[in-house]
Design a protein around this ligand. Sequence first.
Ligand SMILES: [Ca+2]
Ligand SMILES: [Ca+2]
Ligand SMILES: [Ca+2]
Length: 405
Amino acid sequence: MKKNNSMLLSIFVSLLAMLSSCSKSGDGGGGGGGIDAIPKVSVADVSFLEGNSGTTAFSFVVKLDKTSTGTVSITCATADGVAKAGEDYAAASQTISFAPGEKEKTFVVNVNGDDLKEGNEDFKVNLTSPVGCLISRGQAIGTIMNEDTKIVFNNTGYDAPTSYPGYTLVWADEFNGAAVNTADWTFENGDGCPGNCGWGNNELEYYQAANTTFQDGKMVIEARAENAGGKNYTSTKIVSRDKRKFKYGRIDFRALLPKSQGMWPAFWMMPNNSVYGGWPKSGELDIMEMIGKQPSTTYGTLHFGPGPGSTQLGGNKSLTSGTFNDQFHVFSIEWKQDEITWLLDGVPFSTHTKAEFGSNIYPFNEEFFFIINFAVGGNWPGNPDATSIIPSWMIVDYVRVYQQL
Ligand SMILES: [Ca+2]
Ligand SMILES: [Ca+2]
Ligand SMILES: [Ca+2]
């Protein structure tokens, strides 16, 4: 026992000697042994506004937790996130050396500025090839924060005539002002809850006025990935109920539509007085619906019948080339007693008449009001996925109503 104790003591003493020699030379780093003497390197996240022209330098701080007397270097390199090299930032790769006594260096990535609205985007900076150091935090995120409000579009595309023989313009909203005219329209906010959650279609958006802006004579409805009212997306819906209601006429709607999975813009009409009872008995008249996964096809549909589900009649029209996101198009109906015809860019593609309704009530000889909305997700379009473009925009140039007086 005694012998063992003395052996332990001698090991302890020699350990102490080793430790003290480490700490003497280890003060400046290099000379000592042991992992604690090797500096650890880390890189920190940064978040800056994008900038509006030229480039903005995103400086990533690369830090050692202690200085070293020996050679220390680390390689920093960018990698794409949502932001893409060449487009949103300049790819960069650099081996950074720390001189003895140095603890902090910067790695600069140049981000391309513009004045166009986008979502926040990110890229990565990865640390590799450590020399004389260990990596303690080897990846940083650079967040390019959007500061822009302007979106890109031009006014190309079909434009409707401003008169039709035998017809008089009875109402129009050209959306040339700076706000939604609340004498004509009401914001229908929320998610339909309670009572009609997800608007009956399991839609994912929360409607609010804040998603509507005006630019270049157009109303822009923006679908955003944003939390509001328990939903993950926000958008806007406006209705002309009790303010602007019509029976019959030529109705023209000029718009540039979003594309991509989960997007669901619509221009449609609902009965102002529901004289035949609740949906679908008093009808629903869809002038234009488009789902983002079919960005070249517009649907025109009548919903009716005794319920609870709807009976429907409709038609659709696809562009011969391109999508409804490429340029403006005009979605129209010619609505007469007992007959409705849908047109795309002035060309009829579908007609339905009262004669097709059989024993069903024909509810479309009554007053209807307009709805303009941009839904996200739901039973028909399906939900957004990794390919979805967010934010996305539905851009409305005008609604015009002509009637035979
Ligand atoms: Ca900018
Ligand atoms: Ca931008
Ligand atoms: Ca306009």
